[in-house]
Design a protein around this ligand. Structure first.
Ligand code: NAP
Ligand code: MG
Length: 491
């Protein structure tokens, strides 16, 4: 079965999950409707898996790890499988981009950008697979000590709906390069491209059972997967609350975890910055993907002498932003779901009630279907840094703007949330660039820029509530493996 939804435009395609190389229904035969956020209408369906399906997927992954041809492949052969998968992604780029946009509502160009990043993940990890190695360690006389980097075994990946292709592929790229096998549970709101990638993985030569996808609800299939004793390592991207639940489930089996839990990332604009260069980046960092980005730059801190100027320029840009259907490719698409729209609207209303000033709002295109989940972007000015809208992840196109007095104040405010994922620093002062980059608590700091456009090569992850462990780049290969020390006593 192929999820090739471009052949089913307008119709309802029944996508299947992939277990042990076979396209299968959920054992109980239940399904979940797949809705396009641009019009709120169903256009496909996915299996609704439960415990038994999860068990079958974990067993398939276990068997592939323990006894399958995968376990005998060299690192170079695993790398070749990944490289071929990248080439297949490139060949199917239009189909994947269209499917991703339709399933998530993201503008068409964002769908294409996500596919380009996806291709790069397989290219990067395809090339990296045979370039990671252990060490020899000087030890006692008469001994030789060395380390081997070994896969964990069966890795469970629980993937969110905001960048389904990219986040799936950063997990799969690193996990498979190290020789693990994989069971992925994409979000129920955006599972279609994960299924398609797993199909392409079979075509690329990954043996059956190496790359499994089960679909369903987080509280059912996701919970069963994170608690399954046959899983050796869990990697999760999503909300801190669900991250805690998954860590608790994994802790019952004492399994390792990587947690990427979002943020409240600051951009700091000093008075000497190139403000014209900063403005489009500040806007994009909170409106890309409708603000539904873990690394969204959702707080902008501006040095007081230029605060009014920056606020006015941002307001002018925000008031011109337009949200509309994914295929209209406007500034923003709809949000992912009615639930998410409600959540964002609730946080905006609460901020207004708490006294935050709305400096500008964007608009929704008049032709956008009323049944879609559109939310016009909002710029809040002179926000009190203690307010919920300045402390909590909104995960929508909502920017909190506030002034600061000096460098120390900027660092204090930037670090003044429970999160620590990404930060931006805008200044021409070279010494200050270094000082602030060191003092800001974030897994990535960008100086005179923000966001990595995928940033496949760049290690990524959080401090504190933003999570732990690192993904992307070479660093992810360490998370996706364990060191074994071997000591020879040869006298
Ligand atoms: P979520 O609950 O964290 O969902 C993320 C993933 O976890 C999905 O695949 C979800 O599956 C799964 N999941 C949910 N409950 C689970 C459980 N008990 N055990 C195992 N897996 C489980 O996020 P959400 O409810 O969709 O969104 C709520 C808020 O989370 C957003 O407003 C945003 O602030 C934040 N968020 C952050 C990121 C990020 O990239 N940092 C991504 C998404 C959401 P189902 O979706 O199928 O239930
Ligand atoms: Mg959808």
């Amino acid at each position: 079965m192929n999820t090739h939804l471009s052949t089913a435009e307008g119709g309802v395609a029944a996508a299947m999950q992939l277990i042990g190389g076979a396209s299968v229904e959920a054992r109980a035969g239940r399904r979940i409707e797949v809705v396009c956020p641009s019009d709120g209408l169903p256009f496909a369906s996915i299996p609704r898996s439960g415990d038994e399906d999860v068990d079958a997927a974990v067993r398939a992954a276990r068997q592939a790890f323990d006894t399958g041809p995968w376990s005998r492949m060299t690192a170079a052969e695993r790398g070749r499988c990944l490289t071929r998968l990248g080439l297949l992604v490139e060949r199917h780029a239009d189909e994947l981009a269209a499917l991703e946009s339709r399933d998530t509502g993201k503008p068409a160009r964002q769908g294409r950008a996500d596919v380009a990043a996806t291709m790069r993940y397989y290219e990067f990890y395809g090339g990296a697979a045979d370039k990671i190695h252990g060490d020899t360690i000087p030890f006692l006389d008469g001994y030789t000590a060395l380390t081997l980097r070994e896969p964990h075994g069966v890795v469970a990946g629980i993937i969110p709906w905001n960048y389904p292709l990219q986040i799936l592929s950063r997990v799969a790229g690193a996990a498979l390069a190290m020789g693990n096998t994989l069971v992925v549970k994409p979000a129920e709101d955006a599972s279609l491209t994960a299924i398609r990638i797993a199909e392409l993985a079979l075509e690329a030569g990954f043996p059956p059972g190496v790359f499994n996808v089960i679909t369903g609800y987080g509280r059912e299939a996701g919970a069963a997967l994170s608690a399954h004793p046959g899983v050796d390592y869990v990697t999760f991207t999503g909300s801190p609350l669900t991250g805690t639940a998954i860590q608790q489930a994994a802790a019952v089996n004492n399994r390792g975890v990587t947690m990427e839990l979002g943020g409240k990332s600051p951009q700091i604009v000093f008075a000497d910055a190139d403000i014209e260069a900063a403005l489009p980046v500040l806007v994009n960092a909170i409106t890309q993907n409708g603000g539904q980005t873990c690394s969204a730059g959702s707080r902008v801190l501006v040095e007081r002498p230029v605060y009014e100027k920056v606020a006015a320029a941002l307001a002018a840009r925000f008031s011109k932003l337009v949200a509309g259907p994914h295929d209209a490719d406007l500034d923003l698409g709809p949000l992912i779901s009615a639930k998410q729209k409600e959540r964002v609207a609730g946080m905006v209303a609460a901020a207004e009630e708490a006294g935050a000033a709305v400096l500008a709002r964007g608009s929704i295109h008049p032709d956008a279907p009323a049944s879609g989940y559109y939310f016009a972007p909002v710029l809040f000015g002179s926000v009190d840094p203690g307010m919920a809208v300045a402390q909590q992840e909104v995960f929508g196109p909502v920017l909190a703007l506030f002034p600061f007095d000096d460098e120390a104040d900027a660092v204090r405010l930037a670090n003044g949330t429970e999160f620590g994922l990404v930060a931006g620093v805008w200044t021409k002062d070279g010494a200050r660039q270094h000082r602030v980059a060191k003092k800001v608590r974030a897994g990535q700091v960008f100086v005179n820029g923000y966001g990595a456009g995928g940033g496949i090569e760049l290690p990524f992850g959080g401090f504190r509530k933003s999570g732990h462990g690192r993904e992307k780049g070479f660093e992810a290969l360490y998370d996706m493996s364990a060191t074994k020390t071997v000591v020879f006593n040869h006298g």
